[in-house]
Ligand binder design. Structure first.
Ligand SMILES: Nc1ncnc2c1ncn2[C@@H]1O[C@H](COP(=O)(O)OP(=O)(O)OP(=O)(O)O)[C@@H](O)[C@H]1O
Ligand SMILES: [Mg+2]
Length: 272
């Protein structure tokens, strides 16, 4: 028996009524449920549009891969612990002329994560730092990278707990499994020396290995105030910015924008 004949035997044997159950069985064994659900619909389309066997095979596999990727993305976004889901698509770039669109578009590809580079978003309250950080982290999740979001004070709490239990190294290693971590709101709450040292260790443990995205209302020159130590702050910043995109955002708070617009409209109405 030739190889070709041998290979055709199972499908031939199951032709007609047996084929759907054979395909059902095969897709279960292969753990490819999407193929199980769509092979028939795609076969109808293939006949109508005269696809080659290769084209049909590619379409069936592509459907399975797309489904797997989208489930993976959903899972990565769910486990990232974002406070809200904010997307770059919802971000009004016209409100923020200080933000370079080409840089944002480049960051949205997620390649900075592959290179273990960092992103620093600096600017005053309400300018959109957290929104951009979440939006970019979601893009990274779409690109297949695992992401974890938290505020600076929550990161410190996590590290302090691990340190007190004598398992700081294990915790840093665990955190390193996330290709991108977001540290939101550096600067609002001051840290004591111990907390600053722990934060330094977090940064040092990821240096050139995995990405950090930081948002802060303070320019680097004032990080010493938050971390109670100019030297530790300088060492942190040095590592953070060595391979990084620093976005310094300037402008008005988006939060109070509507209020200002409303006030301006009222003033105009009163004048006229
Ligand atoms: N350019 C924008 N387009 C659309 N929504 C925006 C924009 N900028 C900010 N926002 C919205 O305004 C609110 C405040 O933005 P965000 O929380 O990102 O500010 P922030 O810079 O992190 O401020 P803070 O330093 O106080 O934490 C959010 O609801 C955010 O979605
Ligand atoms: Mg914020």
């Amino acid at each position: 028996m030739s190889t070709a004949t041998k290979n055709r035997t199972p499908a031939r044997a199951a032709s007609g009524d047996g084929l759907p159950s054979l395909l059902g069985y095969l897709t279960r064994v292969l753990k490819t449920p999407t193929i199980g659900a769509f092979w028939e619909e795609l076969a109808v389309q293939a006949r109508e549009e005269n696809w080659s066997h290769e084209e049909y095979l590619a379409a069936v596999l592509q459907r399975q891969v797309a489904d797997r990727e989208s489930k993976g993305t959903t899972m990565r976004i769910r486990t990232a612990h974002f406070p809200q889901v904010k997307t770059l698509e919802d971000f009004n770039l016209d409100h923020l002329p200080s933000l370079r669109r080409d840089v944002l578009a480049h960051l949205a590809t997620g390649t900075f994560v592959a290179k273990a580079e960092n992103v620093l978003l600096l600017g005053p309250p309400g300018i959109g730092k957290t929104h951009l950080a979440i939006g970019l982290a979601i893009k990274a999740a779409h690109a297949g990278y695992s992401v974890l979001f938290d505020t600076a004070s929550n990161w410190i709490t996590r590290l302090t707990t691990a340190h007190q239990a004598g398992r700081l190294d294990a915790e840093l290693k665990k955190i390193r499994r996330y290709k991108l971590i977001v540290v939101d709101e550096v600067g609002y709450i001051p840290f004591d020396q111990d907390a600053a040292n722990l934060f330094f260790q977090l940064i040092a443990s990821r240096y050139e290995q995995a990405s950090i995205m930081v948002t802060s209302n303070l320019p680097f020159g004032r990080w010493g105030e938050t971390f109670a130590d100019d030297i530790v702050a300088a060492a942190m910043i040095d590592r953070l910015v060595h391979h990084a995109e620093v976005l310094t955002l300037t402008g008005d708070s988006y939060r109070t924008r509507h209020r200002r617009e409303l006030l301006a409209r009222e003033t105009r109405t009163k004048r006229s």
